[in-house]
Ligand binder design. Structure first.
Ligand SMILES: Cc1cc2nc3c(=O)[nH]c(=O)nc-3n(C[C@H](O)[C@H](O)[C@H](O)COP(=O)(O)OP(=O)(O)OC[C@H]3O[C@@H](n4cnc5c(N)ncnc54)[C@H](O)[C@@H]3O)c2cc1C
Length: 383
């Protein structure tokens, strides 16, 4: 009989290094920053705090996710929108053209002001002269000569219009309906000829929404952001990131609302037990969990995409629909409480903008239809 041996003494357990969690790390830093903020309803104060804590630099997809999820838990939809547009599109459009170490001039100064939180930045594409979904028709023009530029026209529904130090304005420098006819211009909001009219009565107070009017705004040519002809290409690239940011924000909103609704259902008396014991209610809630999962899966699929503009349209459409389903069903499940001040009915109304801002669902569907043959091949957008 073989000798029975006692098992060798187990080696002392080595601490397993924790997997890196960049989104969690940014979320924790954002929580810490928000603890010192007395006025989370003030988008400019929030922006300053985020800048002070170095949270507006190096915003990759994980950082966007950690930042926006944390803001969603503490701030109104309008205030989160104010930050979202800046971190996901306005700052990156500007950053792309600025060499912080070397260049001097207005672009660098505006970038440093924004990234340090000293000033907010608006991104103005939607034009008063055309449908927001058809930017090729935009009517804001810029006349260029060797030394200066002159801007005329107007933009509408611009987030941070009322608070921004500068606006990045997408303008036409050639009349042709072609994607090379556009350029970004950095416009100081106190320039002669710039006027802002506030958007009133919106459920998105806190976003600083307004319209911009440009009447013969004359600036030095150093206010051009990127080469003439590159504006629309830059817009398309960065709007895809903004749509991803909207997706991770919507995912966080769903998680928060589902957790709160679940808690209420578990506590709420119904039919001699609790609402959560009721199979029909559980099924309705489970359907909401499926929709929330769809949002997360769409964000993950977009992150691995080789065709970000195409997948951002799929993502945008899917997020807007799933988010509305989750908020609508959760509002119905909590009953009359949904209509209390700050309740789910108000949140749903504000979050309805996910179907419009950054790309209206109808326009997204038209764009998706353009890519049908490619999309029907096996995951052609995936690495
Ligand atoms: C809260 C909020 C914040 C915003 N912030 C900004 C900002 O910071 N900067 C900025 O530049 N813009 C901003 N916008 C504007 C936004 O980007 C536009 O509203 C959006 O692009 C849609 O444009 P529109 O409102 O002109 O609607 P339209 O483009 O006129 O669309 C109207 C309807 O027509 C449908 N439609 C449009 N095109 C097609 C098509 N080809 N096929 C089928 N149906 C179609 C749409 O789905 C929609 O139902 C914001 C909007 C909102 C609501």
């Amino acid at each position: 009989m073989p000798e029975l041996r006692t098992a060798p003494a187990a080696a002392p357990a080595q601490p397993v290094p924790a997997a890196p969690d960049p989104a969690g790390e940014v979320a924790a830093r954002t929580e810490a920053a928000l603890r010192g903020l007395a006025t989370p309803g003030d988008a400019q104060a929030l922006w300053r705090t985020l800048g002070d804590h170095g949270l507006l630099r190096d915003l990759g997809p994980d950082a966007l996710s950690g930042l926006l999820a944390t803001l969603d838990a503490h701030c109104t939809v309008g205030v989160v929108l104010s930050v979202c547009v800046q971190v996901a599109s306005a700052l990156p459009v500007l950053a792309e053209q600025v060499d912080v170490e070397r260049a001097d001039g207005p672009l660098r100064a505006a970038y440093l002001d924004a990234v340090s939180g000293r000033a907010t930045l608006a991104l103005a594409a939607t034009d008063r002269d055309g449908a927001g979904s058809d930017l090729m028709e935009l009517g804001t023009t810029v006349r260029l000569d060797d030394r200066s530029l002159v801007l005329d026209g107007g933009k509408r529904w611009i987030t941070n219009a009322r608070t921004a130090g500068h606006a990045l304005v997408l303008a036409r420098h050639r009349p042709q309906r072609h994607f090379t006819s556009f350029v970004w211009v950095l416009v100081p909001m106190d320039s002669p000829g710039v006027r802002v009219s506030p958007t009133r009565g919106t459920p998105l107070s806190g976003a600083g929404l307004g319209d911009l009017h440009f009447d013969q705004v004359r600036l030095d040519r150093s206010y051009l952001v990127g080469r003439p002809g590159r504006g629309m290409v830059s817009f398309a690239r960065h709007i895809a990131t903004e749509r991803y940011a909207g997706g991770v924000w919507a995912a966080a909103m769903c998680r928060r609302v589902l957790a709160d609704t679940h808690r209420r259902l578990v506590e709420r008396p119904l039919g001699g037990g609790r609402a959560w014991d009721n199979p029909a209610i559980r099924e309705r809630f489970a359907r909401c969990v499926v929709e929330a999962w769809r949002i997360g899966a769409a964000c993950d699929a977009h992150r691995g995409s080789t065709e970000p503009l195409v997948t951002s349209m799929l993502l945008k459409t899917s997020v807007a629909q799933s988010l509305d389903l989750v908020l609508g069903e959760c509002a119905a499940l909590v009953g009359a409480e949904a209509y209390a001040e700050g309740g789910l009915a108000q949140l749903r109304a504000a979050a309805g903008m996910f179907a419009t801002a950054g790309g209206a669902t109808g326009a997204m569907l038209a764009g998706i239809a353009e890519h049908v043959p490619g999309l029907l091949r096996s995951r052609p957008w995936s690495r």
